[in-house]
Design a protein. Structure first.
Lengths: 152, 148
């Protein structure tokens, strides 16, 4: 179990391998972001992207799955107040395999709730060529190891 | 189709409502955010949420649905370079009726791509009690009706 104290600034972690399929792109886009270049492979050929691309929020959702599997299910996670910025840098195409590169940028104890601390992380989502497709600056809340009530 | 020219700074619209059932929330979370409080009431019982609550990314996706389909005409969107200051302010529970207040905060033509302009939207997602559950500022690449 990882607590707030266990995150070291500057440490880089790389993890995950998630293949994005055409079916998943179309299913997600049909429900939430039905632009032609997300739902229609033929129309996408004539778009600026040249082929079907994943909605940006599908890329973020896949990032979340990789983060949950790698870190959050084995951490004293207290949720997230939000995301400072998301940049979609390159299109994500069907058949791409996504991974995550994570670096803790800053951390502080919450004055209002000293039993937990905030960590600002930078996440890069990379494709199988090692190219960043998405850059995320996010905030995570984690319980402190020495806080009252925390398991030993 | 709603183009770049049709959006003016200060314009504000309320879009929706839309909602997600408990089954839809669990299906989304099983795939993308399988933390216990997004998967069952029991898993949420002793947490901040109390009962099953939506993944924050599901709330963002539902808001995107409203932004893309909630207007009388579709947006001539060419995608988005990103967003900023996303805040998950309150939990979203099954069958909450979500609306999105979308305000045009800024707009400018693209220097490198004359066929489009960039529009900045301030977005607030509210539940049926008018409580803001999520907010963010997004940028959209919008096609121009009459490029130079």
């Amino acid at each position: 179990m990882r607590y707030w104290e266990d995150f070291e600034l500057g440490t880089v972690e790389s993890y995950g391998a998630y293949e994005v399929t055409e079916a998943e792109i179309i299913e997600f886009a049909t429900a939430y972001d039905p632009l032609p270049f997300h739902v229609d492979p033929e129309a996408a050929k004539d778009s600026p992207y040249g082929a079907l691309t994943a909605p940006g929020l599908l890329t973020c959702s896949i990032f979340m799955r990789l983060l949950v599997d790698h870190l959050l299910l084995d951490a004293a996670s207290m949720g997230s107040p939000g995301v400072d910025s998301v940049r979609w840098l390159k299109p994500v195409y069907a058949g791409d395999t996504l991974s995550v590169r994570q670096e803790a940028l800053s951390k502080r104890v919450l004055e209002s709730r000293p039993e937990m601390g905030l960590i600002k992380n930078r996440f890069e989502v990379l494709n199988q060529h090692g190219e960043p497709v998405c850059d995320i600056a996010s905030n995570g809340l984690f319980r402190r190891r020495d806080s009252e009530g925390a398991p030993a | 189709m709603i183009h770049y020219e049709d959006l003016n700074i200060g314009d504000s619209v309320d879009l929706g409502p839309t909602s997600a059932s408990a089954d839809e929330m669990v299906a989304f979370a099983s795939r993308y955010d399988p933390q216990p409080f997004h998967l069952s009431d029991a898993g949420a019982a002793n947490t901040y949420f109390g009962t099953l609550a939506a993944s924050g990314w599901h709330t963002a996706a539902l808001t995107m649905r409203l932004m893309m389909t909630g207007r009388d005409e579709p947006l001539a969107s060419l995608g988005s370079p990103g967003f900023e200051n996303l805040r998950w302010r309150r939990p979203v529970y099954p069958d909450d009726a979500l609306t999105a207040r979308v305000t045009v905060a800024d707009k400018r033509l693209s220097k490198s791509r004359p066929e489009m302009g960039l529009v900045q939207f301030e977005v607030e997602t509210r539940n049926q009690d008018e409580v803001v559950v999520m907010s963010f500022v997004s940028t959209s690449m919008m096609a121009r009706r009459e490029p130079d």
